[in-house]
Design a protein. Structure first.
Length: 62
C-alpha cells in the first residue's frame, strides 16, 4: 500500500497535522483506488534552524 512522507517545518498544531493526514489519505485512496486503511502518512518535522533554502536557514528568513 502507499506510504506518503511530508517534510515540513515544525509549528503546526496536532489538529492541523491530523487534518492534512486525513486529506492526503482520502485523496490517495480515491486516485490510487486502494483502501484508506492501508495508506500510511508520516509528517517529518524539522526545526527552522535545521533546514535552509538557498543556503539561508529558515530561522533567519523571518
Amino acid at each position: 500500500m502507499p506510504e506518503i512522507v511530508v517534510y515540513a517545518l515544525e509549528g503546526r498544531t496536532p489538529a492541523q497535522k491530523e487534518a492534512l493526514m486525513k486529506a492526503i489519505t482520502e485523496v490517495t485512496a480515491q486516485h490510487f483506488a486502494v483502501p484508506a486503511a492501508g495508506i500510511v502518512v508520516q509528517i517529518v518535522e524539522a526545526k527552522a534552524d535545521s533546514k535552509s533554502k538557498g543556503g539561508v536557514p529558515y530561522a533567519k528568513r523571518g
